[in-house]
Structure formats: structure tokens, C-alpha cells
Design a protein around this ligand. Structure first.
Ligand SMILES: Cc1ncc(COP(=O)(O)O)c(C=O)c1O
Ligand SMILES: Nc1c(O)cccc1C(=O)C[C@H](N)C(=O)O
Length: 428
């Protein structure tokens, strides 16, 4: 798709769909009826393959009982490692550097417990003021466990405009009293991609470890964590990876850190051949598997097998290319059709800096979202004034993108949103 010669017509959108090499993947998913689903950056859709692998684990439980651990269709005992190996190409790491385990926030606690070692002057943690609140809560609690006051020991780099972060401001804050840096790969409101390679290089130049929250980049953009030297990363698998609500998360640790004692130890972090010796001496795995804690949540892990098969077939490069085409097309239609209604596009326009969603700002955003839902479009709202719209490469069509903008235009022309209060819903 050449973004310089787009057209605002339905026929053009349908032509883009006919030419889309990924269009057949849409049939792999259960699409909510009578809806245009634009919230895959919060919760991805169920695929038929994810459903199948979930049923397979259930069936093995029904038929095999305890033998499912070793004789199942996907033997449960090393399934976390096997799914980790399927995730590895999506983060640019070797299989041993990735494990499917925990949840995003639990994995952050594990990684900070393992890699935050305050010593001498170097006692602070550097984050940013736009990061996801759960990360801040985790970092505050970790500092308290070490006896530090988060108000003095958690540094949050400020944004200049409330949307984006500047790498130079983050680097300037990497002072000699910083022990650890935790940043998003992609900002959850604006969808800005940070320069992971540069920030990692600059942190290491200053003797600082750096980890990334990849919730909004995994499955949406390619990564090269191992090549870039990123120390660790953590992410959820229920967004672009379509692993399902509460799906088991992911964790990456660079091989240079293999052997670092896990801060939160549990028996599933053992070497596989030692775990059932039942010794009180812990023998942690020499791979990322060491950072598992307890028995894997197998029924929340199972859908990932099917989901990740789709990613292996589609390829993250083709997914990224279509995602950029979808968001470029959406921005073009917004600018062409909605320019008189007071919207601001709050995400990066530069392809290299834009993740997988569009961040559309409006003072009536909360109730415009309610009106969109009433018209069958599923966005999400993020305070204070953001409508997030995520066209997903694997299952969103260009015609759907065209229809979303037409629906939004009608909502604004008829002021349909005025029937709602401009407050967010419980789960926005
Ligand atoms: C960027 C980011 N970090 C952390 C979280 C929290 O993840 P979880 O609830 O899976 O721990 C989320 C989503 O909820 C998120 O979007
Ligand atoms: N994790 C979520 C949840 O458990 C319930 C509802 C929404 C979510 C989300 O993922 C929100 C998402 N992290 C966001 O970027 O806003």
C-alpha cells in the first residue's frame, strides 16, 4: 500500500482488503457479532487454534490425569519452556532466554527482586511519569521492601507534552545514584515506541541495568532484545498475542545474567532433573526458567500454543507492515473526514515511532467511546481524553477501518455522544 495515494472511498478500502496478503488469517478468529473490534491492544480476540489447544489440555486432564505432566499432547512439565521458545523470535532472543510464566506485574516483581541491588550511592530506580500504574505500584513496593522511601528513590522522568518521552531526558536522568531503569517499550496511551537500543547502550555505559515492559509491543512490532543487550523484559500475552483474558505472561532475561539467583524462588524454577528430588537445597535452572515460581497456570497457558502458531505462520515483519498500513490509513481517514470535529491525533505519525494503536484525543472522549460502542465499534478510553483505536493486522479489515471513521463522523455530526455522561466506565 502506498500511503501517498490513498483514497477516502469504500471501494478503495475494499481494494486494499483484496490485495492484503494476511487477509486469510481473519477467518482464524471469532469476531464479536455486529461489532468492529478495535480493542486488541487491551484484549485480543479468541482464535480457533487457541480454542483448540485449550480443549486439548482439558481433554488430556480428563483422560490422563497426573500423566498429563509427561504424556499429554503438549506435556505440561516443560510447556512453559516450550511456549517461551515460541515467544523468543517475537522478542529477538534465544529460546533459553524466554519463559512463559506469571503475570506482567508478578514478573516485574520477580525481575526487580532479582536485579535491583542497591549499594553505596547507587540506590534509586528510574521510571517515567507516563508508565502504566501497576508498574509504579510494584516499584514503590519493592523500594519499601528495601527500606527506601519511593518519594525519594523512585525517579519518574517527566514528559514535555504529556504524550511522549524524550530519550535525551531519560538519559540525562541516568545519574550515578540510579541502580535500575524500568521503561515501556511502547507507551500505553500514546503508542510511542522508545529507542530501546539507544537507552540500553546509554544505561550500560553508566553501569546501570535496564528492563522493559513490552506489553504494548509484543506481537505488534519486532524486537532484538538479546542483540541490543537488554538485561530483561516482561509482558502480558492477552493483547496482540491473543492468549486470552488472564493469559500467562512472558519474561526475558539476557543470557549474560544466567545463574543470577532468582529474587523470588520457587520449585518450578529448578533444573528439570532436580525438581522432584524434593531437596531443601534449591538448584535453579541455568536459563530464564529459573525465574518461574510455582506450578504453571496450564489452562491459561494452553491457548498460547495455538495463538503463537499463527504468529509463526504470519511472521512478525508482515504483521508489523500491515499494522503500519492500517494505522496510516486510519490516520488519513481521520484527517480527511473528521478535521472539523476537534480531534487531535496524539500518537507518533512517524512509522518508526508508532506502535499498534491510534491515540485520538477529544475533550468528550469518554462519552464518544460510549457512543461508538452503541454503534458497534469497540474502542477503549484512557484518561484524561484519549480514545484508543487498535486495528489488528491478523483480524481487522481495511473496510472495517473505513466504517469506523464513517460511524465516528455520524456520531459527531449528530452529537450522539451527548446522551451519555463524560465519565469513564468501570473497565474503560
Ligand atoms: C503497559 C502495561 N504494564 C502492566 C500492565 C499490568 O499487567 P497485568 O495486569 O497483566 O499484571 C498492563 C495491563 O494491564 C499494561 O498495559
Ligand atoms: N489487563 C487488563 C485487565 O486485567 C482488565 C482490563 C484491561 C486491562 C488492560 O490490559 C488495560 C491495558 N493494560 C491498557 O493498556 O490500558
Amino acid at each position: 500500500m502506498n500511503v501517498t495515494n490513498l483514497e477516502p472511498t469504500l471501494e478503495f478500502a475494499q481494494k486494499l482488503d483484496q490485495e492484503d496478503p494476511l487477509r486469510h488469517f481473519r477467518d482464524e478468529f471469532y469476531l464479536p457479532p455486529n461489532s468492529i473490534y478495535m480493542d486488541g491492544n487491551s484484549l485480543g480476540l479468541l482464535s480457533k487454534r487457541a480454542e483448540k489447544t485449550l480443549f486439548t489440555v482439558l481433554q488430556d486432564w480428563r483422560i490422563l490425569g497426573i500423566d498429563g505432566w509427561t504424556k499429554g499432547t503438549h506435556p505440561w512439565f516443560d510447556l512453559s519452556e516450550k511456549v517461551g521458545a515460541m515467544l523468543a523470535p517475537l522478542v529477538g532472543a534465544s529460546p533459553e532466554e524466554v519463559i512463559a510464566t506469571g503475570s506482567t506485574t508478578v514478573n516485574l516483581h520477580q525481575l526487580v527482586s532479582t536485579f535491583y541491588h542497591p549499594e553505596g550511592k547507587r540506590t534509586k530506580i528510574l521510571a517515567d511519569e507516563l508508565t502504566f500504574p501497576s508498574d509504579i505500584y510494584a516499584l514503590q513496593s519493592q523500594l519499601r521492601i528495601h527500606g527506601y522511601d519511593p518519594s525519594t528513590h523512585l525517579i519518574r522522568v517527566k514528559s514535555r507534552d504529556g504524550r511522549f518521552l524524550e530519550e535525551e531526558d531519560i538519559i540525562s536522568a541516568m545519574s550515578e545514584d540510579v541502580a535500575l531503569v524500568i521503561l515501556p517499550t511502547v507507551l500505553y496511551r500514546s503508542g510511542q515506541i522508545l529507542d530501546i537500543k539507544l537507552l540500553t547502550h546509554e544505561a550500560h555505559k553508566r553501569g546501570i541495568l535496564i528492563g522493559f515492559d513490552a506489553c504494548h509491543s509484543i506481537g505488534a512490532i519486532p524486537h532484538s532484545f538479546s542483540e541490543w543487550g537488554v538485561d530483561f523484559a516482561f509482558w502480558c500475552n492477552y493483547k496482540y498475542i491473543n492468549g486470552g483474558p488472564g493469559c500467562v505472561a512472558g519474561l526475558y532475561v539476557h543470557r549474560k545474567h544466567f545463574g543470577s539467583a532468582p529474587g523470588l524462588a520457587g520449585w518450578f524454577g529448578s533444573k528439570k532433573d532436580k525438581q522432584f528430588d524434593m531437596e531443601h537445597t534449591f538448584s535453579p535452572s541455568l536459563t530464564a526458567g529459573a525465574y518461574q515460581i510455582g506450578t504453571p497456570h496450564l489452562l491459561s497457558l494452553a491457548p498460547l500454543i495455538g495463538s503463537l502458531e499463527i504468529f509463526m505462520e504470519a511472521g512478525i515483519e508482515r504483521i508489523r507492515q500491515k499494522s503500519l498500513q492500517l494505522t496510516s490509513y486510519l490516520m488519513y481517514l481521520i484527517e480527511h473526514e473528521l478535521s472539523s470535529f476537534g480531534f487531535i491525533i496524539g500518537n507518533p505519525k512517524d512509522n518508526a515511532r508508532r506502535g499498534g494503536h491510534i491515540s485520538l484525543e477529544h475533550e468528550e472522549a469518554a462519552r464518544i467511546c460510549k457512543s461508538l460502542k452503541e454503534n458497534g465499534v469497540i474502542p477503549d478510553f484512557r484518561a484524561p481524553n484519549i480514545i484508543r483505536l487498535a486495528p489488528i493486522a491478523l483480524y481487522t479489515s481495511y473496510e472495517e477501518v473505513w466504517n469506523v471513521v464513517q460511524i465516528l463522523k455520524k456520531i459527531m455530526q449528530e452529537k450522539q455522544y451527548k446522551k451519555f455522561s463524560n465519565e469513564r466506565e468501570v473497565v474503560a
